[in-house]
Design a protein around this ligand. Structure first.
Ligand SMILES: Nc1ncnc2c1ncn2[C@@H]1O[C@H](COP(=O)(O)OP(=O)(O)OP(=O)(O)O)[C@@H](O)[C@H]1O
Ligand SMILES: [Mg+2]
Length: 275
């Protein structure tokens, strides 16, 4: 058996494992709106303002999202709130009118998405995140496009993390189930050995059991030191595994806190978690 850094402790559902020391720096008061204490985060989209194209209206308004090293940050909010837009802005797919993006202390606001991949960012978009006519293995190979070195070891790690993908490696990815396709998409992003992974609704359209399974795998990835910034429709379950949570409304920060804080906040519960 190959040694798998993503799989040291299989299937642990304890939310506290993502923040074993209960780190003190991430304790802003719940419901404070503006995202505080992000200055030293590993990845920060800081006070981002902008929209699509050159003349489109602003979708993001002074929006800040961030994630610390090896932690999980979750973005939730209503449909059309700008969650995907915030992810795209962080990945360099939007021209910001104001604000900046910093990775490990470096200002990367001017970099193209491809250059951000080289810097250590991996992005799994909400839709069209796999090549359906290519096999599972070809999808993973495409993921390694920027690498000049031997990526077989990384592929073995992805197969250890998602064993079903190894079984189905010769099948067209389009033939897989929804949950398996999401595994292909995450696996593809892992092929560049990212330091931070941006996941836009990784559990969209899957059953609750598959969702739990995917969250477990995401926790495993975070425990190897990879930061996870993810948008989630399953707000309650996602906040349970989140070190940090952001509620976005109309392109702006509405609530920011630890996942625990947000789950306990009466206003967040009433407005966004169904009571
Ligand atoms: N490519 C685009 N061009 C122009 N406007 C866009 C584009 N993509 C999204 N928008 C607009 O930006 C706003 C925010 O959309 P976005 O997709 O970021 O929301 P979201 O929070 O991710 O929603 P959902 O929960 O449905 O995924 C919406 O008003 C949407 O119509
Ligand atoms: Mg979206």
């Amino acid at each position: 058996m190959s040694k798998n850094p993503y799989q040291d402790d299989h299937g642990n559902k304890d939310a506290s494992i993502t923040n074993p020391q209960g780190r003190a720096e991430f304790q802003p008061a719940p419901g404070t709106g503006a995202a505080a204490h992000t200055g030293d985060a590993f990845l920060i989209g800081d006070s981002m303002t902008g929209g699509y194209g050159k003349t489109g209206p602003d979708i993001l308004h002074d929006c800040t999202i961030a994630v610390n090293k090896g932690e999980i940050a979750v973005i939730v909010g209503p449909n059309g709130a700008g969650k995907s837009t915030a992810m795209k802005a962080t990945f360099g797919m939007l021209n910001l009118r104001k604000g900046s993006v910093r990775l490990d202390g470096e200002d990367i606001t001017g970099l193209s998405p491809q250059d951000r991949v080289i810097k250590g960012m991996g992005f799994v978009p909400q839709t069209h995140n796999i090549f359906t006519s290519m096999t599972v293995e070809e999808n993973l190979e495409m993921g390694a496009f920027i690498r000049r070195d031997d990526y077989k070891g990384t592929m073995a790690q992805v197969y250890d993390l998602f064993p079903i993908l190894k079984e189905k490696r010769r099948q067209p990815a389009g033939e897989l189930s929804g949950g398996q396709r999401q595994q292909v998409a995450v696996g593809r992003a892992l092929m560049t050995r990212p330091k931070v992974l941006l996941l836009d609704e990784p559990t969209a359209g899957v059953s609750p059991i598959v969702m739990d399974e995917l969250f477990d795998r995401i926790i495993e990835v975070a425990r190897t030191g990879i930061s996870i910034l993810m948008v989630e429709q399953n707000a309650r379950q996602a906040l349970e595994i989140a070190d940090k949570g952001y509620v976005l409304v109309q392109g702006a920060n509405a609530h920011t806190g630890t996942g625990k804080d947000l789950l306990a906040d009466p206003e967040v519960r009433r407005s966004f978690l169904g009571g």
